[in-house]
Design a protein around this ligand. Sequence first.
Ligand SMILES: *Cc1c(COP(=O)(O)O)cnc(C)c1O
Length: 398
Amino acid sequence: MPGFELFGDQERKEVQDVLDSGILMRYGFDPMRNGHWKAKELEAAIQETFNVKYAQLTSSGTTALSTAMAVMGIGAGDEVIMPTFTFVASFEAIITAGATPVLVDIDDTLCLDPKAVEAAITPNTKCVMPVHMCGSMAQINELKAICDRHNLLLLEDACQSIGATFNGQHLGTIGDAGTFSFDFVKTITCGEGGVVLTNNETYYKNADHYSDHGHDHVGNDRGAEEHPFLGYNFRISELHAAVGLGQIKRLNDILTIQRKNNAIIKSALSQVDGITFRRIPDPKGDNASFLSFFLPTEDLTRVAHAKLLENGLGGNFYWFDNNWHYIKKWDHLKNATSLFPLNPSLKQALTSFDYSKFSQSDEVMGRTISSLINLTWTQDQAEERASKMAETIQGVLS
Ligand SMILES: *Cc1c(COP(=O)(O)O)cnc(C)c1O
């Protein structure tokens, strides 16, 4: 998955432009910047590449989520539906907004189960936030239909699925807003960075202001700008944007390599009786950064995962026991452990939530292994890894 595997002259050139002018900030200093506007250029490239009207860069994927929630008007008392399998940033952004995360089961797509979403809707539900995990997609058509039917906002967390599509439309551009992360391990990287994608002009304008202290960006004197509303500093720096500008030019190559290497591993694992694969609503649109598969039982999956690591096959993840990605180990969320007093009603909602009701998610995650696809494998290395993986798992299942 990671763009950092491919890093070179084109990133260095973009960064050097910024170093030469010394203007590390994305706004202002017009006469001194030698005509370089890396953040603006990257936003334009994102709009073009992903076919979306507006892109607002931010300092991270997490702050992109926070910015998206702010412009969508999500705040105190609102419930946001999110999956049990995601990255901790999902609930961090919801809690930062003062809203309440409502966790909902996933299914064999490793993303939100539409039926479970519908069952979780209450009069306080404001937004459904599918997370397109591990390079592939949620059942976005069904989720969009639910949102339309119940008049809810749809926010797509596509942080892990840059370049993936559903029916030809880029993930992150289908809902009311979407986000990518450009942190160091994502499909393309800025070092740190993120972006809010939207076709809604008001959301975009407000995201531009909100992510820069609420400055309205009218005129050329920052000190004289008006502040139509409260904001925050979620800006990206020119240095980070410059890295991204080098990286976005590699996206097509990255996707091509991922898809080729993913197919090699999949073809070998398909020969093993007992392995089944993650359901992908539009297989052509998979960004292929991971190959996720299921074994028959939780016990066999644990043994197989341990054997893979034992045989030197790192990059295979058993999320069920992972601290970052699955509800089972999110004790800090369940206990509402915070450095500062949370809003009492939010705290009450977090601590009284029934986190034990996710047997459907457990049943899926307990049997899931996700195998990271590297960009730097040669054909031989990919094939060797594929047959070693197949052999190892075969040995456990027979
Ligand atoms: C990486 C990630 C984020 C947050 O991105 P950062 O840039 O690391 O803040 C959010 N959601 C998901 C699903 C992610 O994988």
